[in-house]
Design a protein around this ligand. Sequence first.
Ligand SMILES: *Cc1c(COP(=O)(O)O)cnc(C)c1O
Length: 414
Amino acid sequence: MKKFAAKRLAGAMLAAALLWAPSFGTVDAAMPDKTITAETERVLSSLPMMLGYPMNEDIKLEGFYKWYIKSGLSKLAMNNAGSPYDKPHGAYQMMKLEREVMDFFAPFYGFGADEAWGLVTNGGTDGNNHGIYFGAKSLQSQTGQLPVVYVSEESHYSNLRLADLQNLEVRLIKCDKWGDMIPEDFEEKLDPERPALVVYSMGTTFKGGIDNQAALNKVLEKVKPVAVYRHVDAALFGGYLPFTEHKDMVDRRVQPFDSIAISGHKFFGVDSPCGLFFTTKETLEKQKGYNPGYLAADMPMISCSRSTLNPMKFYWIMKEFGEDGFREQSASIMENAKYLKARMDEMGWPAWLRESSNTVFFKQPSEHIMHKYTLAPEFDERFGGKLAHVVVMQHCDRKLLDAFLKDLAAEAKK
Ligand SMILES: *Cc1c(COP(=O)(O)O)cnc(C)c1O
């Protein structure tokens, strides 16, 4: 009797295993409705003209998607809740891949082998959120006081929103015309009595401004606030700088920052918003612990549930290209940015480009060109008023740039 029951149980388990991936519903993915079809056509018809935003429109994930479906994983919900530096909990996660991504990238930002802690984030904003939150809590644990946040007026708006979210006082530091924080203004506004949380922008959104960390750190040494935390917002430039001659700009052995945020969907070419956040184990230890019993782990990150797909895509891209591939792509976007600037100079169209930047900004062209190439507008009297920029990403090859230049030349003649 017992033997029979065991046999039946084994049989039932086998049947369950064979049927484990249920197929509910009747929607056939191969047969999209009118709305999806129309929206797809709308997106595809506007390619490949995108020049104005830092999106890499040369995504190389087809192999990943094919593998993902073939592997059977596409039938599952997975979740990377928890820290990739802890022992993974449960089966439906890809923490090991996330950890490999962290271990691969950490040295490029100057973190020693056992020094780094971090995660694959939901994007640049999520990385800045961890930086500002971890920074404020570290400083509070050291001094009993919440910090003042110092950030440049041309930094990404997310930093202001995130400081506001925590009710932190913000002091906006003026920028020079290149979008770099002015050390003298920082010195004037820096309060020695209160802890300082400084957000350095490595690549401001419009002009590609780069805060001069060495000069600003000298101000910190001179004024000596009671405690200091430095977060680097390197959403776009943090992707390519480590693979160029300018790598020291985002290397914490050279620039002693405490945390850094980089986007995954800008330079690195993940097709959905994500990013990297790195800080030190020392900073992590200064955070409040949250240990919900049912997760059997400390949960240091702000979001509980986290994407499994993003770290998997990051891993795929990292294996596909590796350091050499990223180096080639970085060289190519830098060269193409220089090419664009040189051709605009020849044409006599006022244009500017910083040494370590992939962002060429210039006198704003007609509405027609702005629209055709999805250019972003800005205004700055120091550069003669209305401006636009091209963020040279991987898909901005000579062919696309030449098409844009031809349109611009026609307008320059008028
Ligand atoms: C894009 C960007 C952000 C925001 O990143 P998201 O991934 O869009 O949240 C923050 N800072 C800088 C400098 C950026 O370029």
